[in-house]
Design a protein around this ligand. Structure first.
Ligand SMILES: [Cu+2]
Length: 127
């Protein structure tokens, strides 16, 4: 009985060893997680140079007077290639635009707003 029990115990231990030592799924998951962490760190380190093409410009859009106006401004500016996001503030009558300066220009952005009926001027230059 004692021998049988020890034999039945050994396979369990062996299964644990093979599972922990050579089981591909866990090893793969561990590598993927490490690669993700490394990728995140590298992305963060590379950010200063990568962000060089992504700029923000804060615009004064005094013509916005009701809740619908920002939607028009957002749509007009958002249609420009290279514009990544448009955040309007009705109370301050501003529009913060994130754009790729390889595709869009401040001139094109202000012109789009102006053409939509909302003259826009730069508050803070592109950064
Ligand atoms: Cu309005």
């Amino acid at each position: 009985m004692g021998v049988r029990r020890s034999r039945s115990d050994r396979p369990v231990l062996e299964l644990d060893r093979t599972g922990g030592g050579t089981d591909p799924p866990w090893t793969m998951k561990g590598n993927v997680m490490k690669r993700w962490a490394i990728a995140v760190v590298l992305t963060a380190l590379a950010a200063p140079s990568a962000v060089a093409e992504e700029r923000t410009v804060n615009l004064s859009v005094p013509g916005m007077f009701c809740a619908s106006c920002p939607l028009v401004v957002q749509a007009a500016i958002g249609d420009i290639d290279g514009v990544l996001s448009v955040t309007t503030n009705l109370e301050e009558r501003t529009a913060l635009v994130l754009y790729d300066d390889a595709l869009a220009t401040v001139e094109a952005i202000t012109a789009a707003s102006t053409n939509a009926g909302y003259a826009a001027t730069v508050i803070e230059p592109a950064s």
